[in-house]
Design a protein around this ligand. Structure first.
Ligand code: HEM
Length: 187
């Protein structure tokens, strides 16, 4: 929501998709979700720039392991800083820009949530990857689709979005987002 309020052109494009797929007389249903391609790309882009677990969960090799030029002694606690990886200029073009289209460029299959591409790991990867991906994806899509289809959103007069964060195991905004809903339709 913070990125959408800071990028109103993306919000408008999402609402256009929602109007086309759902119409202006219905409410969002679960069956609509697979048809919301730009919404999915926006969720992917939000998780690229703002992964809730910026260091994943710590890993600990059971034996000394060589990764590239580095030897990782057994039982070392290893954190993977995917927050930096997903913002790296060698990984994404104009990495700090919120641009869902980067996930629609015919490259979408490179960026499944399951972690088959080591440049994009918001849910981790492998056997200890997130166990809740299907639920998380459906919940986030469903909630966002309903909020954006039913309401326009504005910042309070004179406010700009503050993207500063509190780093921790789970990353949060340091100041809460205040957004004003404006009803779009009268059913
Ligand atoms: C947008 C929402 C979510 C995000 C971004 C997320 C992300 C993650 C990440 C990054 C990990 C660690 C993976 C690793 O270190 O390789 C993880 C682990 C896990 N997640 Fe999620 N998660 C989300 C929602 C959920 C939900 C809804 C559930 C359950 C219903 C869930 C259940 C789990 C479990 C059980 C683990 C531990 C897996 C293990 O250690 O074997 N997550 N999640």
């Amino acid at each position: 929501m913070a990125e959408l309020l800071a990028n109103p052109h993306v919000l408008k494009k999402l609402q256009h998709e929602l109007n086309t797929v759902i119409g202006t007389k219905n409410i969002v249903e679960k069956v609509d979700l697979p048809n919301l391609k730009y919404l999915k790309a926006s969720v992917q882009e939000a998780l690229r720039l703002h992964p809730p677990l910026p260091l994943l969960l710590p890993k600990c090799p059971t034996q000394t392991t060589i990764v590239g030029r580095f030897a990782i002694p057994k039982e070392t606690k290893v954190f993977l800083k995917i927050w930096a990886l997903q913002r790296h200029p060698e990984v994404s073009n104009k990495p700090l820009q919120f641009n869902p289209d980067r996930f629609l460029d015919g490259n979408n299959c490179m960026f499944y949530f399951e972690g088959n591409n080591f440049k994009y790991l918001p849910f981790g990867s492998g056997r200890r990857g997130c166990a809740g991906i299907p639920l998380a994806e459906k919940m986030v899509m469903d909630i966002l689709a309903s909020l954006l289809h039913s309401f326009d959103w504005q910042l309070p007069e004179g406010e700009v979005v503050d993207f500063s964060k509190k780093f921790g195991i789970v990353m949060k905004k340091s100041t809460p987002l205040i957004a004003i809903p404006i009803q779009r339709f009268n059913f």
